[in-house]
Design a protein around this ligand. Sequence first.
Ligand code: 13P
Length: 253
Amino acid sequence: MARKKIVAGNWKMNLSPAACNELVTALTAKQISLPEHTEVVIAPPYVYIDRVAGLLKDTTGFFVSGQDCHQKTSGAYTGDVSAAMLKALGCKYVILGHSERRGYHREDNALLAEKVNTALAEGLDVIFCCGEPLEIREAGTQNDFVNAQIAESLFHLDGAAMARIVIAYEPIWAIGTGKTATSAQAQDMHANIRSVVAGKYGQEAADNTTILYGGSCNAQNAQELFAQPDIDGGLIGGAALKADDFAAIIAAR
Ligand code: 13P
């Protein structure tokens, strides 16, 4: 099994309905043809998932993702959205553990383990985010920090479930700051992540795990980042909101 390459756009809480249509229409108009084992993923706000899935339905290799989901399957959780709802609207993936969810919504590793279980059980594959804050990077303990995030939220999974996880390394100090990790910093962390996955699930499983980089990734730096042996694509924020930039990042994969 060849390792998948993925370029994913996380729109966060951006775009009007009209701008959403315009962006997806501009992207599909580019008729980007993707090689085998390559996917483009778009994670719009919940309220646009239905329309984005509709606009992308004839575009090969393009998939839709939620930005989060609730850990329970249904119930009295005002304001929340279930994994089954995302699946029913055509999502292939859900992003879990984004640092903005961890920070603003106090999501911890144990809660994320529950969300991972629910998402997988409902038929969604998971883009699991990890990444350290600046003070951890400055203390030089980023590998331990990220390894704990991964172990505590994912390592209860069996091998078949783990094969449905994409890991996205997003150092918090690089998100929305214009301060990208250098390709060497990102490669070091990705190699560390692959080695902890290998330690738990074996080398073959680790070799098949897609590990994305996120954090101020853009049309200028994507090529160098994606050229690293353990970087299998990107999770893109700001630059995913412009069709030309996002297309250039897809081309850099
Ligand atoms: P930026 O690309 O805007 O830094 O955001 C990265 C990110 O958080 C993607 O999930």
